[in-house]
Design a protein around this ligand. Structure first.
Ligand code: 9MR
Length: 394
């Protein structure tokens, strides 16, 4: 049913476009609506009524994607899908410290700026990712996130400058900032990163949120991590920690649940975790969802070894979305990219091989997982309407 609705949607978009191209100046008749601009790199395309973004809009839920900025603009199909299907974008890499300040004191904002301007043209909001992390740091600062040649005072000074400069650069353009990413280990202990060591504890996190808030008081500020989906030592530790941040009036607005799921593990009690964090007075979001499964060896890294695995994947996608739908404070649902070719999974989980984790296949064709999500959104009109505001606070 929805499959055919989708193809009808695409057909009408095509008709609309070719009609505009054919009529040209004829559309300048008195009273006629102006022809929509042709889709292309950086140009806004008409949003199909059955797209994920249009369906999510009906209940105020932003459907996002991580974006590979090398493909955006250079790959027409990738660009079209980014514009048509998603109402929020997250730079997969280009706002990370390693990329914005590869040489100390010299910023390169070019790729991130291009994404922000694409988002404006396409009426999308931006999740800024990420200000404080132990990965993808420039080598002048640290090659592993745990050791550095800088003194503790220098580390503190460079983090403050980094946050102030980056948040000011994008001031007014960022809806949600992942201020701090992955500060806890799976056992619930703080990760002993260069930040932890310089501060002698987790004090860097409150400072980071305060500096970010000063630089852009309207941006929503998030703590972001993986495996918060499951109740356990990590999720409990982060829960207790953000509760103390709230008690200390640190300007934290939300918690991001990355949602990197795998069919070999049971589905987490995600809704319960989203709700208990929301009950602390926080917004929540699913920020990096993918659902991996065992796949064949290279070059078929996105072909599941078990043909039945797709049913587990469909179920996990659906339940991950429904957990967000059920929690009013869940303001965005963001898969970590949309084409299996661009996913981080096959490269990272290669022994044993896993892959096929996203909603679109290696040829950028929607998979059955896409249609499940589309149908869930189409049926979600009765879910609580949410208001994530944006950019900035509601
Ligand atoms: O998808 C990102 C990949 O291209 C990078 O090589 C990798 C480096 O660690 O980071 C990936 O994105 C991560 C995100 O920034 C934070 N959560 C985990 C994501 C997957 O590793």
């Amino acid at each position: 049913m929805l499959r055919s609705a989708l193809s009808i949607g695409l057909v009408s978009a095509t008709v609309l476009l070719s009609g505009a191209a054919l009529t040209g100046s004829a559309s300048a008749e008195p009273g006629a609506a102006p022809a929509p601009p042709p889709p292309g790199p950086g140009h806004s395309a008409p949003v199909p009524a059955d797209s994920l973004r249009a369906l999510g809009d009906r209940i105020g839920l932003r459907i996002g994607t991580a974006v590979n900025t090398d493909e955006l603009g250079s790959n027409a199909e990738y660009t079209r899908i980014t514009a048509e299907q998603f109402s929020s974008v997250t730079p997969e890499n280009v706002m990370k410290w390693q990329l914005v300040e590869p040489n100390r004191g010299t910023y390169d904002w070019a790729a991130a700026d291009r994404l922000v301007s694409f988002a404006k043209k396409n009426k999308q909001l931006v999740r800024g990712h990420t200000l404080v992390w132990h990965n993808q740091l420039p080598t002048w600062l640290s090659s592993d996130g745990f050791t550095t040649t800088l003194s503790n005072n220098e580390v503190k000074a460079v983090l403050k400058k980094h946050i102030q400069d980056q948040v000011k650069h994008f001031k007014g353009d960022i809806w949600q900032w992942d201020v701090v990413n992955e500060a806890f280990d799976d056992d619930g202990k703080p990760r002993e990163t260069i930040w932890y060591k310089a501060w002698g504890g987790l004090g860097y996190i409150a400072d980071a949120f305060r500096w970010a808030h000063e630089a852009d008081p309207k941006a929503l500020l998030f703590y972001n991590d993986y495996n918060l989906e499951f109740t356990g030592p990590k999720s409990n530790a982060v829960y207790d920690f953000v509760k103390t941040l709230k008690a200390q009036r640190v300007p934290i607005d939300g918690v991001g649940f990355q949602g990197h799921l795998d069919t070999q593990y049971g589905f987490p009690d995600l809704q319960n975790n989203l709700q208990r964090f929301a009950d602390l007075g926080l917004k929540v979001a699913e920020t990096e969802v993918d659902v991996r499964t065992f796949t064949e060896a290279a070059p078929n890294v996105n072909t599941p070894t078990n043909p039945l695995a797709v049913y587990a994947q469909e179920s996990y996608w659906s339940r991950a979305l429904k957990a967000c739908l059920a929690v009013r404070e869940c303001i965005s649902f963001t898969p970590w990219g949309f084409g299996d070719t661009y996913s981080w999974i096959p490269g990272w989980f290669a022994d044993p091989q896993e892959g096929a984790a996203l909603l679109y296949d290696a040829d950028l064709k929607p998979k059955s997982q896409y249609y499940v999500i589309q149908q869930d959104l189409a049926l979600a009109a009765g879910a609580p309407r949410r208001d994530g505001g944006g950019p900035g606070r509601p």
